[in-house]
Design a binder for this molecule. Structure first.
Ligand code: FE2
Ligand code: FE2
Length: 470
């Protein structure tokens, strides 16, 4: 079904054919816009931004680009095309037809999954709302706003499911999604990483690389869901998510590139004096954002995750291409865990280890971008290597959180950790220093001194295109 843009709420779910649902969502819409104006990007709301909007949901050319004011962005409900006669791929219901409605017995569990995912979307907009004031270029400013409007659309995606499939509870949850606030002590967002501030652009680029990538893995496992509307919603969200991770990977790569240029130019590792960010400091930011994002996958062993899988609600990454029985009643999986002061790989029931299974896929994927950043460093003739820290480093959730682990994966005492933490994580002074570099650059085609220009512009436009009009 094509996307109907003649409606108040653009959609490809024939919303006009369900007047009650349409009315309920149209009643939610003004509250959403109020939230956007109150908690969305500070300033720039009257500026014309070169944004892409979905015009169809097929893989080829779903995006149309044009200058729009953000409050006029057409947030809507877009589900990937249904797969005819789709069958459940895993769990106790494997082989049965996928569900178009929520089975009563799984209602509470599914609602929890939808609400938890939905809550991260507005949270990231709130975390990033102040960044427009310090953007390193119009190109980066536009990318920030693109990510922001799409995260807000992801909120729509989850709110649609809540309204369409969860009755009154769903409507109440949809309201609550507009009321929680990132970092608010009384009414915070649900997950820890989404209450952390995103204080500067390096933190933002790391966030889009590491934390949006967690989003990719959560969405990919929900895209396997037996509940077909959730699966189709997540499949389309994944196509938007790819851009967010592109912003992170190319963004960090450009910071690395600029740092290497300054190192060569001034023949020093300490480029702070020349307005750059040292590779060692980039490593510390990486350590922080990787470890915080790992926490989002939850405990190593989890009966919740096992239940979600067996019920058919949440699968593994690339479930269908895996070569096993997709039920995992007897399968084993090796998990690296601290055991009595040592780090060991322990075989255990695969069903209980599904969080770790997803985290493993994520770690492999995260390493790919790091390898590309290292290529930039090597190509510049600089002798330095960025590394993902050990997965136990700086963890707040799961088995590792009880211990102090160095980035190299050694267990150390709290005293030793405290003595060295400033070598592994950005110190307050270092964060202040990075903050001091964050001065806005608003002339088309110009870039702040701490980041290199991108290789190319957006949608074949030149780099000096006016991505945000003044
Ligand atoms: Fe998202
Ligand atoms: Fe995202």
């Amino acid at each position: 079904m094509p996307i109907d843009y003649s409606q108040k709420i653009p959609n490809n779910v024939n919303l006009a054919g369900d007047r009650r649902l349409q009315r309920a969502l149209e009643q939610w819409q003004p509250g959403f816009l109020d939230w956007w104006m109150e908690m969305g990007p500070i300033g720039f709301q009257n500026r014309e931004v070169y944004l892409r909007t979905a015009t169809s949901v097929d893989a080829q050319g779903w995006a149309t680009f044009g200058h729009v004011r953000m409050p006029e962005y057409r947030w809507g409900i877009f589900l990937a095309e249904p797969e005819p006669e789709r069958k459940i791929a895993f769990g106790a219901h494997r082989g049965e037809p996928a569900w178009s409605e929520v089975p009563g017995e799984y209602r509470a569990a599914l609602r929890r999954l939808v609400v938890t995912q939905g809550d991260t979307e507005p949270a990231s907009v709130e975390q990033q709302r102040h960044l427009g004031a310090t953007s390193p270029s119009l190109y980066d400013l536009r990318n920030l706003f693109q990510v922001n409007v799409e995260e807000a659309r992801h909120l729509w995606a989850m709110v649609y499911l809540l309204h369409a499939h969860f009755g009154r509870d769903g409507r109440e949850e949809a309201e609550a999604l507009l009321r929680r606030r990132s970092g608010d002590s009384d009414n915070p967002r649900i997950l820890g990483a989404f209450n952390e501030p995103t204080p500067d652009w390096l933190a933002y680029l790391m966030f889009t690389y590491f934390t949006d990538r967690d989003g990719k893995y959560q969405l990919a496992s929900l895209a396997e869901s037996a509940f077909d509307p959730l699966a189709r919603t997540c499949r389309f969200m994944l196509t938007e998510e790819a851009h967010h991770m592109f912003v992170g990977e190319t963004g960090v790569g450009r910071v690395v590139k600029r740092t290497c240029e300054l190192m060569r130019e001034h023949d020093t590792d300490a480029v702070g004096r020349f307005g750059g960010i040292d590779l060692k400091l980039i490593q510390k930011y990486l350590n922080f954002h990787f470890s915080v994002s790992l926490d989002l996958f939850g405990s190593e062993l989890s009966t919740n995750a096992a239940n979600y899988f067996t019920m058919g609600l949440k699968g593994r990454f690339n479930e269908e291409s895996r070569d096993d029985d997709h039920r995992l009643d007897t399968a084993q999986y090796a998990v690296e865990r601290p055991v009595e002061g040592r780090i060991e790989r322990c075989e255990g029931p695969a069903l209980l280890a599904l969080n770790e299974t997803l985290r493993d896929s994520y770690v492999v994927d995260s390493a790919r971008g790091v390898a590309r950043w290292n290529k930039i460093i090597r190509d510049a003739g600089v002798d330095f290597e960025l590394r993902l820290p050990h997965r136990g480093f700086n963890r707040k959730i799961g088995d590792w959180s009880a211990l102090r682990i160095t980035p190299q994966g050694e267990i150390v005492s709290t005293a030793e950790w405290d003595a060295h933490a400033g070598e592994w994580l950005p110190t307050r002074e270092e964060r202040e220093f990075v903050g001091s570099l964050m001065r806005p650059v608003t002339e088309p085609g110009k870039f702040a001194g701490w980041i290199a220009p991108p290789a190319r512009g957006i949608n074949h436009q030149p780099i000096e295109f006016e991505y945000v009009k003044s």
